[in-house]
Ligand binder design. Structure first.
Ligand SMILES: Nc1ncnc2c1ncn2[C@@H]1O[C@H](COP(=O)(O)OP(=O)(O)OP(=O)(O)O)[C@@H](O)[C@H]1O
Ligand code: SF4
Ligand SMILES: [Mg+2]
Length: 334
């Protein structure tokens, strides 16, 4: 399937926010592609730039400076006018936001909101849009969709609200779906149901999906390709099997080590990566991960100095580049 043309192709993406304390470069030199029917998992801890990246693709950054190139189905989106972007958003690319309550209006019924979305993008009449809203709720497994279409967001549970968001995003049959942490607030069973739902809809419609998460367990289940982000940059990119078989960046390895394993005893605490994310206001000239990196800590003075002063380029074979001077696997990067 990888021989199909990418639906989305992002090159050298930068997103900079002007702030009182100086410019904050939240995303830097990012590149990735998503093909029809495929899922790109974007993974990274809080503040690594996952949401900023997805909002940039949707053209939803007001006040930020977006550089580089975002090509969707042959059309350059960086610099595209608001009207043209509006036509694409919702209709051809849709997003499930991190916080479903903030993106559902409390005063309108769920059915009205999905129907309105459909009316705006297809110019359909009220009856058709309402029918489509009920169908969309049924499609995402909401029981009694006729009745529930007449209810308000607060009358839905967290998992059901997340389904409503998916119904709304998919009502216009987009080609690209960006799901920003769609399962974080949900318990494991509901989380599994939501992921299965997205996978089923993807299979039925050939949707291209970007699945954003801080959870490598979710990535393992749904992604075909993976982008690991750290401090607004790519730390490692690979096909999902290759990433799990040969995780090469010390940050990726740290994330994998913090995954619960089946053979872990119950009372063994989860290993988190010690330290905190890098400052985006005063970025280090070297590797952003240096202060937390076990490989650098175990290296010679010379190796450590290199990590602290020289930024590692994203390097290695096209299918598995890594931004590290001392990656775990030979041949992955120099
Ligand atoms: N409007 C803004 N102005 C200034 N800085 C911003 C703005 N929006 C985001 N940032 C900064 O960009 C960085 C990346 O934020 P982003 O929301 O993309 O993180 P994330 O990876 O989605 O994290 P999480 O897992 O917590 O959702 C953060 O350091 C954040 O403070
Ligand atoms: S470049 Fe150095 S500090 Fe950065 S991840 Fe690699 S070993 Fe660690
Ligand atoms: Mg986020």
């Amino acid at each position: 399937m990888t021989d199909t043309q990418p639906l989305l192709s992002v090159r050298d993406l930068t997103v900079t926010f002007p702030t009182k304390r100086g410019p904050v470069r939240a995303v830097d030199s990012l590149a990735f592609e998503v093909r029809p029917g495929r899922t790109l998992g974007i993974v990274g801890e809080s503040g690594s730039g996952k949401s900023v990246t997805s909002l940039a693709v949707m053209g939803l950054h007001s006040g930020a400076e977006v550089g580089g190139s975002i090509v969707f189905d042959g059309q350059e989106l960086v610099g595209l006018g608001e009207r043209a972007l509006n036509r694409l958003r919702g209709r051809r690319m849709a997003m499930i936001f991190q916080d479903p309550l903030s993106s559902l209006h409390p005063y309108y019924t769920v059915g009205e909101q999905i129907a309105e979305h459909h009316r705006v993008h297809f110019g359909s009449g009220r009856a058709v849009a309402r029918r489509r809203a009920v169908d969309a709720l049924a499609e995402v497994g909401i029981p009694e969709p006729e009745r529930r279409a007449g209810e308000y967001p607060h009358q839905f549970s967290g998992g059901m609200r997340q389904r409503v968001m998916i119904a709304m995003a998919l009502a216009c049959e987009p080609d690209l779906l960006i799901a920003d942490e769609p399962t974080t607030a949900l318990d494991v069973t509901v989380q599994a149901q939501i992921l299965e739902l997205i996978a089923r809809l993807q299979e039925e419609r050939g949707l291209a999906v970007i699945m954003i998460t801080h959870d490598l367990g979710v990535v393992a289940r749904v992604a075909h390709e993976v982008l690991v982000m750290y401090g607004g940059r790519a730390a490692e990119q690979a096909a999902v099997d290759d990433l799990f078989a040969r995780p090469s960046h010390p940050y990726t390895r740290g994330l994998l080590d913090s995954l619960p394993r089946l053979d872990d005893s119950d009372d063994e605490p989860l290993r988190a990566i010690p330290g905190s994310p890098p400052s985006l206001l005063t970025p280090s000239p070297g590797c952003a991960f240096a202060a937390r990196c076990a490989v650098a800590a175990a290296g010679s003075d010379e190796e450590r100095a290199r990590c602290e002063t020289e930024r590692p380029p994203l390097d290695g074979p096209a299918g598995h580049p890594v931004a590290c001077h001392f990656p775990a696997y030979e041949g992955i990067a120099s």
